[in-house]
Design a protein around this ligand. Sequence first.
Ligand SMILES: *Cc1c(COP(=O)(O)O)cnc(C)c1O
Length: 400
Amino acid sequence: MHEDHNALGVALGLRPTQPITLVRPHAAHRAARYFLEKFQGTSMYAVKANPSPDLIAALWEAGITHFDVASIAEVRLVRGLLPTATLCFMHPVKGAEAIAEAYHVHGVRTFSLDSEGELAKIVAATATDGVAAADLTLCVRLRVSSAHSKLSLASKFGVAAEDSAPLLMAARQAADALGLCFHVGSQAMSPQAYADAMAQVRAAIVAAGVTVDVVDVGGGFPSVYPGMEPIALAAYFEVIHRAFESLPVSYSAELWCEPGRALSAEYASVLVRVEARKDDVLYINDGAYGALFDAAHINWRFPAKLVREGGSRAKSMGFSFYGPTCDDMDFMRGPFELPADVRAGDYIELGMLGAYGSAMRTGFNGFTAGATIVARDEPMDSVYGEETALPDNVVTLRQK
Ligand SMILES: *Cc1c(COP(=O)(O)O)cnc(C)c1O
């Protein structure tokens, strides 16, 4: 990894022919500190948003000790990097072998589930010589609305609160600690999403009459993108804290959250090169099979900035992008706002790609990523703003 650059320095110095990932450990550090200082509970990092070992190390150094892992590969990855981290296996549908390896080899004690079948699978896979495990934290995943979120997670997993009593009672029998968890959908644009979900948690607890030790409000905390500017995350935390305090849970019950996007989005951007221009369409060297899956498939808009010495005085206009593969689907419909005089050979920085960006990259058609380079400048957008201080050891060249 090269060190100490910003996008312009990399473009001028290297003239890269492949997309370059610019990573900002200081941005991940700041996001982690924000959650650790303001969220009154345990903040876990949802590894699927970006499994980069450097990011995981940066979050750990900032104080994140709990990780939401969803596959045995993620379990092995994080355990290999962080022997003492707490890993929570929060995928509600797992293979029995994955559960067994996670429990017996990697020390995982927390598992989520949304069915009696999964509960039986967990109980069987974690038993030793026919004796059931006595140290499980079992989190029953509730189905909640994704109405306030840009990306739904409402259909695939979760048991409806009104149907959850038998499962909660059965899980209570098998668990040392019983939890309830949910996911309001990714990029939740209003804290009301969490208030509504907590009402479902309350209904489930009342219906089952069980003692609950953990309430896990999942991920969904938003980042800043063009056209999607959420209010401060602190306002989300307030709504969650207030709802948690009024739940009928044990006095010592714990509050958890599992941010993926919010801890990782600002960590990375991608520097791409324009290979050709046709009217308002730019052919760039990264795309749907690279870091721009969400831009292509769910029309997510990422901030775009021309990276050219001296900049441009042209007015801005909206562009769409074609990626490098031969596939028509490798298309990112804009508008991505850029100066009207963008031309072949220019570089563009696409921001906010630390979450669900590089994690989605494939090698389809022979197009792969170039180097990863540490940048010391600020991310293009930030939900954290100036109020959270950067760590002392970070040198920032604030871009204006
Ligand atoms: C994806 C996922 C997360 C992270 O969601 P974000 O919207 O990125 O915060 C957290 N928990 C679970 C169970 C998930 O599937």
